[in-house]
Design a protein around this ligand. Structure first.
Ligand code: FES
Length: 74
């Protein structure tokens, strides 16, 4: 498999690791709260499905397209 992993919001220059920490500290469970605070996912939105996975699973590095077929499983 290729080496490219999705592990950050490019627009806001913040890694998913940092987003996960921020969400934990601020008890954020919904991406809309991160967008409202302009932490991530509020510009091109390319990272949004991955950030939702960060919040759901705690993972911080994904294969491109990893969210396909994994969303809304609950
Ligand atoms: S990469 Fe996150 S908003 Fe563009």
């Amino acid at each position: 498999m290729g080496g490219f992993k999705v592990d950050r919001c490019v627009c806001q220059k913040i890694s998913f690791d940092e987003i996960k920490d921020y969400a934990r500290v601020h008890q954020i469970t919904d991406i809309k709260q991160l967008q409202a605070k302009e932490i991530c996912s509020n510009k091109c939105h390319m990272c949004a499905p991955y950030v939702e996975l960060v919040l759901e699973t705690g993972e911080v590095s994904f294969e491109p397209g990893a969210y396909i077929g994994r969303k809304q499983s609950s």
